[in-house]
Design a protein around this ligand. Structure first.
Ligand code: WTA
Length: 649
């Protein structure tokens, strides 16, 4: 990237700017009085009881926002819209992969959520209990999430692409009493089992008891499923039969809303904890301003899966709190063919489209004639999330999908931040291809060096670490069951200053605009999914033929990063060929998820280590990328690279 890149900038059209939800005064208002600013945002929600204080930071790093305030998150996302006379507005245009579809109004959503809440209560679940949701993109997944929130049950959504062992680990960590799943899911026209994975997860670990009392199963694909009497129940025989009347009770603003597991730098995923009032405030505020969402007019589509935080904040909570009409699509973008997304945009008149750079690059590969064959004139705002978007993909996205006019909001945030933190405002910011630009009004971030000094703005760009130096309403409140890890992971690096360390590198250009460069820790980003090198390494050494493994992320033209593994085999292993490599790839996919399947596995005789025995990943990255090797002077045995390169070719 050169210094001239940032001169290429795209201001909104005067017409867009004039009609937009947010104007530049939002920055000033937030600057003048942050607490008053956030109080104003929170006031857009319905509170059963008002808060007495906006922020209590005295027990930092665990914040309390909207102290003593009471609200019901689901009431805010559903009931109040019906009470306000919008019961007939479509909340969800659901599009099934095989081509079936359902339009669900806010009134219908309220009835469904009430039924589910009544049945969960009948099962004996009480506020504070944990519920695991392991489901594909079916409407019942959203209903289940909202029913949990309505009752103060803390949900833990586990991506339906995760393996039984990953599910079990998460169920155990949170002691979930209920698991909600489907019989199966559609995968490119074929039904694939899913409940089977729950059965396997719960029977794993031999006789080790688990916390699950019931498994609630939605029939989606109609395949045969094994049944455990007394434990398993069908949704259509229980929830569907329950009363559709249910009164939402208020919960404390700090009541735990959900846990969502994300990869860290060790093999054990972290259960990121989010609470209610501050989270919903920032989800609704960002969805309203970053996407310029106009209730009752826009048709919004976020292509994420509910298994990730983007699905939580920008399919469920943000849009529904703002009375969006949104598209939810069950399947893959190329089933039955590569036209699917553009057909959906045409069919529903999608005006706001939020996706990931990896998908934009895939669309580029498929060719612009595919979207060009469709009327995409309804699109007026485009969003990007999950990884840095390269300028080439950014320009293609704007030109081909946005007709050369739609503003792109490149939104930086994390599972931990809960909602968007750094992003353009589409009616205000002159955007630059590849830059997340500036922190949103009410949010504060810095780019600093190792010691915490702000990188100097000057004639040249400056690189550093991204930190958040002020608390924000949707910040994580901890790691489930592990307060020490919460402190050490995020708050130790800049303990003196009391800053949150995001784990990302960033640069400031000479205008002071921010470009996120990617992770600086041992976390890879594959198609926008966070995967830890340690998790993949532990899956590899779980195979009897592998003695040692080292995993790095290498640049990949489509997925951002690809997983490259170097393995040392055990002495007994005689098969060193392709069959073994394929078996190892399959083993990782099985142990974690197909998304963690390594792109390459190289069998090597040795791994580069420092004298203290630490694997030098930086050097392996150089090998994987085909770069000149950096400094090898700290290696015990610098000649190991000759052997590794031989193994790689
Ligand atoms: C990366 C996804 C650059 C970043 C919402 C972050 C991004 C990690 C962007 C969080 C962006 C996300 N530009 N990088 N616009 N958005 N990232 O928890 O490395 O799945 O730390 O949350 O994705 O991933 P997570």
């Amino acid at each position: 990237m050169t210094d001239t890149d940032h001169r290429d900038s795209y201001p909104p059209s005067p017409a867009f700017a004039a009609a937009a939800n947010a104007d530049a005064s939002l920055y000033q208002r937030a600057e003048t009085d942050r607490d008053a600013f956030w109080a104003e945002q929170a006031a857009a929600l319905h509170w059963h009881e008002p808060w007495t204080r906006v922020l209590d930071w005295s027990a930092a790093p665990v914040a309390r926002w909207f102290v003593d305030g009471k609200l019901n998150v689901t009431y805010n996302c559903v009931d109040r819209h019906v009470l306000d006379g919008h019961g007939d507005q479509v909340a969800i245009h659901w599009e099934g992969e095989p081509g079936d579809s359902r339009a669900i109004t806010y009134r219908e959503l309220l009835a469904e959520v009430s039924r589910a809440a009544n049945y969960f209560t009948e099962l004996g679940l009480v506020a504070g209990d944990r519920v695991a949701i392991y489901m594909p993109m079916v409407p019942e997944a959203i209903v289940a999430i909202l029913a949990c929130a309505r009752l103060g049950l803390t949900h833990s959504v586990v991506f339906a692409g995760f393996s039984p062992s990953a599910l079990r680990q998460r169920v155990d960590d949170a002691s979930a009493r209920l698991v909600i799943t489907t019989d199966g899911q559609w995968r490119r026209g074929k039904p694939a089992p899913l409940k089977e994975a729950v059965d396997e997860a719960l029977s794993a670990n031999g006789s080790t008891p688990h916390s699950v009392e019931h498994v609630l199963v939605v029939r989606r694909v109609g395949i045969e499923v094994a049944w455990t009497e007394g434990r398993d129940v069908w949704w259509h025989e229980t929830v569907a039969e329950a009363s559709d009347q249910h009164e939402a009770q208020p919960f404390d603003a700090e009541h735990p809303l959900f846990i969502l597991y994300t990869s860290g730098t060790t093999g054990k995923p972290k259960g990121i904890l989010h609470t209610s009032g501050g989270y919903l405030t920032q989800a609704a505020y960002t969805h309203h301003n970053v996407f310029d969402h106009q209730a009752g007019q826009d048709v919004y589509w976020c292509t994420a899966d509910i298994g990730w935080v983007t699905g939580h904040s920008y399919i469920v909570y943000g849009p529904l709190a703002n009375r969006a009409t949104q598209v939810v699509y069950e399947g893959t973008p190329n089933y039955p063919d590569e036209h699917r997304h553009w057909q959906i945009i045409e069919k529903y008149g999608v005006s706001i489209y939020y996706t990931a750079p990896t998908l934009v690059r895939t669309f580029m590969k498929w060719g612009r004639e595919i979207p060009d064959a469709h009327d995409l004139s309804s699109v007026r705002v485009l969003g990007s999330v999950g990884e840095p978007i390269n300028p080439e993909a950014w320009r293609w996205y704007r030109d081909v999908i946005g007709a050369g006019t739609a503003p792109i909001v490149d939104t930086w945030w994390q599972t931990e931040t809960g909602t968007i933190m750094i992003s353009p405002l589409p009616g205000v910011t002159a955007t630059k291809p590849g830059a997340a630009m500036t922190p949103l009004p009410g949010i504060s971030a810095k780019v600093v060096d190792e010691e915490g000094n702000p990188v100097r703005l000057g004639e040249t760009e400056a690189n550093g670490y991204l930190v958040l130096d002020q608390p924000w309403p949707s910040m994580l409140r901890g790691i489930w069951g592990d307060p020490d890890r919460f402190r050490s992971t995020y708050w130790e690096r800049y303990a003196e200053q009391g800053w949150y360390f995001a784990g990302d590198g960033a640069k400031l250009d000479t205008d002071g605009d921010l470009w996120v460069l990617g992770r600086v820790d041992d976390v890879m980003n594959v198609s926008g999914h966070r995967i830890s090198t340690a998790e993949v390494e532990s899956a590899l050494v779980g195979h009897s033929g592998v003695a040692e493994a080292a995993v790095v992320g290498a640049s990949d033209a489509t997925t951002g990063q690809g997983i490259v593994a170097f393995v040392i085999l055990t002495a007994e292993t005689t098969d060193t060929g392709n069959a073994l490599v394929e078996e190892l790839k399959a083993e990782v996919a099985r142990a974690i998820s197909p998304i963690a399947r390594p792109r390459e596995i190289h069998v090597v005789p040795e791994l580069p280590k420092t004298r203290s025995g630490k694997i030098m990943r930086r050097l392996l990255r150089d090998v994987a990328e085909g770069n000149e090797l950096g400094d090898t002077s700290t290696l015990v045995d610098p000649t190991v690279f000759e052997a590794i390169k031989a193994g790689k070719s």
